[in-house]
Design a protein around this ligand. Structure first.
Ligand SMILES: [Ca+2]
Ligand SMILES: [Ca+2]
Length: 298
């Protein structure tokens, strides 16, 4: 009996590997910002837990860590209809909870792939149950939760299930500033000037993010709006540093702040120029909110 079951499981694994090896997961919705924590979320297409987590990491995050009921509800309310609209039989969501190998089944050793120690759990009734002794990864039931199961509740399942949609959570850095005179409103520039851009970056713990904390320094983005309609044009390549700042558009860290002194010499077309400090590498970190400022050439 035991060996029959094992053979059957092996057969299932072979079938799944042969006919359903999925390409890597891709984003189908987002980014969305959760107003209660400022974090950024994406929905991935249906794939395995492992593929979904791999894509989450390229987005600079992980499969979502559900810290509390409010986050559980926000994730469900944000993505349920979108998942449903994909037309799959099931519209469940991978979350970042998985079980360390060798843990006592079924309830011990569940941890978050992000490393966060969050202890909130929302298991459905009779879950986790380690069905077939193969269930070591967690999903949140979507609106199509079958049978006795309830939407929003969690279930442990087989990691190579390919029907759940991955929910990605990215914890951004926050930008504080820009400091005066670039703090508010537009600066009117009549001729070549140097605009001092100074800002602090803080992690979610409120700690100052310095040049030793990140590999890809933040960069300046300049978008030009002529005021006569049409989309803004990216004119970042024309930016010139004066003093602090690099020959490219990278900020420099000095004292306890990030600096880029922008020389406006290359910007002569009349219109509005929107300046943003953004991540130098979105797969390492995101900045939200961005620091933004505006100058106008008349
Ligand atoms: Ca979270
Ligand atoms: Ca289960």
């Amino acid at each position: 009996m035991k060996s029959k079951k094992t053979l059957y499981q092996l057969f299932l694994i072979i079938i799944v590997v042969l006919i359903a090896v999925p390409a890597s997961a891709t984003v189908i919705a987002g980014p969305f910002t959760n107003p209660s924590n400022g974090h950024i979320y994406y929905l991935l297409d249906a794939n395995t837990w492992t593929e979904a987590e791999a894509e989450a990491e390229t987005l600079g995050g992980h499969l979502v860590t559900i810290n509390n009921q409010a986050e559980n509800d926000w994730v469900y309310d944000t993505f349920a209809d979108i998942a449903l609209a994909q037309g799959d039989q099931w519209a469940d969501f991978w979350i970042g909870l998985y079980q360390l190998p060798g843990s006592v089944e079924p309830a011990e050793g569940w941890v978050w792939i992000s490393g966060e120690p969050a202890t909130y759990r929302n298991w459905d009734i009779f879950e986790p149950n380690n069905s077939s002794e193969l269930e070591h990864h967690a999903l949140m039931f979507g609106p199509t939760a079958p049978g006795r199961h309830s939407p929003r509740k969690w279930n442990d399942v087989w990691s190579i299930a390919t029907s759940p949609f991955g929910v990605v959570e990215v914890v951004p850095i926050s930008c504080v500033g820009f400091e005066p005179p670039m703090a508010s409103g537009s600066v009117v520039v009549k001729k070549n000037r140097v605009l001092p851009l100074k800002a602090q970056l803080l992690d979610t713990g409120g700690n100052n993010v310095t040049d030793s904390d990140i590999a890809a320094f933040p960069v300046l983005q300049v978008l030009y709006d002529s005021g006569i309609g049409g989309d803004p044009v990216d004119v970042t390549d024309d930016s010139l540093p004066a003093g602090q700042g690099t020959d490219g558009n990278q900020f420099e860290f000095s004292g306890d702040k990030w600096h880029f002194n922008l020389k406006t010499k290359n910007y002569s077309a009349m219109g509005t120029y929107n300046i943003s400090m953004i991540s130098g590498d979105g797969s390492e970190y995101m900045i939200n909110p961005k620091c933004e400022a505006t100058f106008v050439i008349e």
